[in-house]
Ligand binder design. Structure first.
Ligand code: UQ1
Length: 457
């Protein structure tokens, strides 16, 4: 990711990780700062170092701290960002339902003063030496390492995208960045006629349902404005296409059936196995599978989901699997080669959908297993792959997909009340719009929210 486009990304564990410069290791801070902790020859020593202060980093750090087993500065948190964002709220910003400024807090305000906060990027992970090198050249060492920096949005993966997003007069936007999530609603509101295309790439992304959430809200907006006719699109000025690199609307069969039915009912054109590769003026260029060449579609509004992937310092480390993610055991969240390294969230190899809801289940497992290991016991807690996607299907309705490994539904309210969560509901909409942002910013980041398992003491 190039520095010139850095302002387009806004993940809480942000791009500065990737943009950090290689520097010689001479300018260490250990000579200047005092610390109650022993300073090893390699640098500052912490019991636990957490790389990243996104939803996983804050949940894990504060849950560890709340165990009462750590003193001042024994746990360190590293993140270069100035702001922590509630990213699940950006779909609501794209639909004009929230202000993006209300969904972020200064990152330092969310970090307990008992934690040592390094507000820097990471240059290198050296698990063989139990060391992390910061972008400012400082080396810190650990007994246990938690790698939770998130993933990078690769805006450069689509030719012409960085320029189109940055141009305030273009009709190209993305809910995947702080800078552009409000542009999405501006372009929706301004469109009077023509082709609206919403894209989803092949490969790993955060929240695989979000690309179509943006579309369903726009559809409803244009329907209410008399600009889209779901029963006969040729009768109204706006046409809608969903162009996805995948062969289906959603990866879990139960919810895919419902969403595919909805796509057909609402007469949205499905461009399956269409992977956006370039934006050329008012044309979107898509790659087709092996040997089928490219397809060009003219657009009047384009909502883009860029490709995403691991930060270079993770991918280039000994901790990465073949795809660049932190290679952990899918049940324990412990690294498969380095027993004092752990990972969860977007940067991990956990084979499930990447969401904040997933963190509510992953963090307690990671924390339990790390504490057990510190106490010389076996890490016995098991993560079952739980994740969730509250999928906005119109204003006022959400389909609450909840599932575990293998794409098997694990529905909280179905278990309690026998409600089929594939049916969009108003109550789920209020969970998504009002309850989750509230419980996230008041409890989850403090380590006291366990998702479907309720509050943590
Ligand atoms: C959740 O806890 C949570 O975090 C606050 C979300 O927001 C990102 C969610 O989307 C979901 C589904 C949960 C899970 C909680 C319940 C009660 C289903």
């Amino acid at each position: 990711m190039s520095g010139s486009h850095a302002r387009l990304t806004a993940g809480s564990a942000s791009r500065l990780f990737a943009a950090s410069q290689k520097k010689p290791l001479t300018a260490r801070s250990l000579a200047t700062a005092s610390s109650p902790l022993p300073v090893s020859s390699a640098g500052r020593l912490h019991k636990v170092v957490v790389v990243g202060a996104g939803s996983a980093g804050l949940s894990v750090s504060h849950q560890l701290l709340r165990s009462g087993k750590f003193t001042q500065d024994e746990i360190a948190v590293i993140d270069p960002a100035a702001w922590h964002h509630y990213q699940p709220g950006w779909t609501l910003v794209g639909g004009g339902l929230k202000k993006k400024e209300d969904l972020r807090k200064p990152i330092s305000s969310l970090i307990d003063p008992k934690l040592k906060f390094y507000n820097h990027g990471v240059d290198a992970l050296s698990p063989g030496d139990n060391a992390v090198t910061l972008a400012n050249g400082t080396t810190i060492t650990y007994e246990h390492l938690v790698v939770v920096p998130g993933i990078n949005i690769n805006y450069g993966s689509v030719a012409g995208l960085p320029e189109a997003l940055a141009d305030p007069n273009s009709t190209v936007s993305s809910i995947y960045g702080y800078d552009t999530c409000d542009k999405t609603f501006r372009t929706i509101r301004a469109l009077q006629k023509g082709n609206a295309i919403f894209t989803q790439p092949t490969g790993v992304i955060k929240c695989a349902g979000a690309p179509q959430k943006a579309m369903w809200l726009a559809l409803d907006y244009w329907k209410r404005a008399g600009l889209y006719n779901p029963t006969n699109p040729s009768d109204a000025p706006i046409k809608i296409s969903f162009a996805t690199g995948l062969p289906v609307m959603f990866g879990v069969p139960k919810y895919n059936a419902k969403l595919e039915e909805m796509r057909q009912e609402r007469n949205v054109e499905g461009l399956f196995q269409h992977d956006l590769v370039a934006i050329d003026g008012k044309d979107a260029v898509f790659a087709r599978p092996e040997g089928q060449g490219q397809v060009t579609k003219p657009f009047d509004l384009l909502h883009v989901t860029p490709k995403m992937g691991p930060y270079a310092f993770v991918k280039n480390s000994a901790l990465a699997d073949g795809a660049g993610y932190v290679d952990v055991d899918q049940s324990s969240t412990r690294h498969n080669t380095y027993p004092n390294v752990w990972s969860a969230g977007d940067a991990s190899s956990l084979p499930t959908s990447r969401t904040a809801a997933a963190i509510t289940s992953q963090a307690p497992v990671l924390v339990h297993n790390l504490l057990q290991t510190l106490a010389g016991k076996e890490p016995a807690a098991v993560y079952d792959g739980y994740t969730s996607c509250p999928l906005l299907t119109e204003y006022g309705k959400v389909l609450l997909a909840e599932f575990k490994y293998g794409g098997e539904p694990k529905e909280t309210f179905n278990n309690w009340f026998g409600i089929d969560q594939a049916t969009p509901r108003r109550s789920f909409y209020h969970l998504k719009k009002d309850f989750f942002p509230w419980v996230y910013l008041n409890f989850m980041v403090k380590g006291t929210w366990g998702g479907p398992n309720g509050w943590i003491r």
